[in-house]
Design a protein around this ligand. Structure first.
Ligand SMILES: CC(C)(COP(=O)(O)OP(=O)(O)OC[C@H]1O[C@@H](n2cnc3c(N)ncnc32)[C@H](O)[C@@H]1OP(=O)(O)O)[C@@H](O)C(=O)NCCC(=O)NCCS
Length: 157
């Protein structure tokens, strides 16, 4: 699966459904040191001011992204891609969808948190024009680490 190339599979982005949650939780435990439990994704299905999108390829969930829209601002609350599908622009596709959702909701800003050690994610966010706003000291656990709060001003688009 590591050798799957971009042109060998198609990706559909769609809202998360209840039957996706087992697959998402499995990916989550593989890619995060402090993964969300299954119940957290189940609770997100009830959210009326946001939700999760999944990337699906040939019936397989390969990635996901969670967002909240509140008070004219959007927040990305989680994003992950299965290890064997990374570096195939799936996260870029997911974030582009969030940009469209945020614009339709007339949001001026999109916020997110990221570990300073997560250079892959920081590189991804910088490609979309996110910049560092401030740090939350000791925000993350397992391991303990600050959070960088990043923001994108959609008015700059
Ligand atoms: C971060 C993550 C979501 C990126 O997903 P992805 O689908 O592999 O990313 P893409 O293929 O869309 O890459 C987009 C850009 O991100 C950056 N990037 C992604 N993976 C990278 C890596 N391993 N090293 C360096 N830069 C990387 C690059 O700038 C890349 O652009 P390029 O391909 O033009 O160089 C994925 O690595 C992941 O799931 N990591 C574990 C979970 C995580 O850290 N989530 C973010 C929490 S804030």
């Amino acid at each position: 699966m590591n050798e799957v190339r971009k042109q060998e599979f198609s990706i559909v982005i769609r809202p998360m459904r209840p039957f996706d949650i087992a697959s998402i939780t499995l990916i989550e435990t593989r890619i995060f040191s402090d993964p969300w439990p299954m119940v957290a994704f189940e609770e997100e299905l009830q959210r009326d001011n946001g939700g999760f999108l999944v990337a699906e390829s040939d019936g397989t969930v390969t990635g996901y992204i969670g967002y909240i829209i509140s008070a004219g601002e959007a927040q990305i609350i989680n994003v992950g891609v299965a290890p064997e599908f990374q570096r195939k622009s799936i996260a870029k596709r997911l974030i582009s969808h969030i940009f469209e959702i945020a614009k339709k909701a007339d949001c001026e800003y999109i916020f997110l948190d990221v570990r300073p050690s997560n250079s892959a994610a920081i590189g991804l966010y910088r490609q979309f024009g996110f910049s560092e706003l401030y740090r939350r000291p000791g925000y993350y656990r397992f391991p303990n680490e600050d959070a960088i709060v990043m923001v994108k001003n959609l008015g700059e688009e």
